[in-house]
Design a protein around this ligand. Sequence first.
Ligand code: SF4
Length: 353
Amino acid sequence: MLEIVRAKAKLLEKPYVYINRDVKKRISFLNFTSSENLYASQQIFVKIGGGSQVRLEISEDAAFELISAETGQDTYQIVDKDSREVLISSASLVPLEDPILHSPGQALFNLYKSCSRNCMYCPLPLNQEKTEFMDRGRFLKEIEGLDAAKVKGIGFTSGIPGGWSYEDLIREMSQIIMALREKYGKELTISANPPPVGRNLIVKLQEAGLSEIRINIEVFNHDLFTKLCPGYDFEQTCEAIGNAVQIFGKNRVSTNMVIGLGETDEDVCSGIEYFARLGVITILSPLDIVPERINDLQRLSGGGVKRPDWQRLYNLALRQKEIFSKYGVNPLLHLRTMCGRCSSCNITPFVDF
Ligand code: SF4
């Protein structure tokens, strides 16, 4: 099992894969992320063994290559493109059930593709194009053809339009949640990733019918947080996450922590422990570098910005599992959607190993 985790960490360090033309021809589908992804590109979801799957972007310059395995029509191997060393000996591809999906079984929408807050690692504030908020009417139109039977969950996130208060945003989100409940009934898992709003607004989302919530801490280091997330407050964000778990319950709230912003492993682990004690699932997401932002990021973080190497990802995952186990935190218990369950871009204790 740990062999797979180690191999997954290597893939996540450089999450790109080359597929030659002959192999491509044999793949009857090729997945694209939904148009919600600002940096949408052609990519595949690959089951690599155990409960693990990984999302890889298709690229000519990848360090890894997907080749056909001799054992069967739909079986593949992932090898080092230069040395031909086999990293994954038996892999299968996971098709997206519907082109609108973001990941297997999950639809994810970004209601507003720009943002008035200026988190320094995020691509949304760079989106200067005229962008409109996807309100209830536009949202329902977007999912018109979606076959709910093929979907485990529908989630949404949103940038914050300039001049909007948190109340404005939560009112719009609540209307979408109520519309989804009306259309699909109570079986559908609905998840949302709001900013760190106050307790009464989290209650509003729950009353509207939200099943799962994620409020991101991003970096568990007060000084770095203040520099890199100038639109938010560290204490207020921790408080919002604590309120969310009181309202939604243990193991039903997650928080994203980006790895590679200049934080230490001790920052990461004390954050995982702080939130695990509350019953919150921390997701460790390797930094996706936005080229246009790297200089500002390096300047503000003191030069420590770097996508983590595989050893760091692997070691942090092992420590994360120890902490989760100590506090009874387990994404398999209640989470149905989002990264904590999908785990294609990160390593998640209990889902992966
Ligand atoms: S791990 Fe998260 S970001 Fe990656 S494909 Fe799954 S849901 Fe999307």
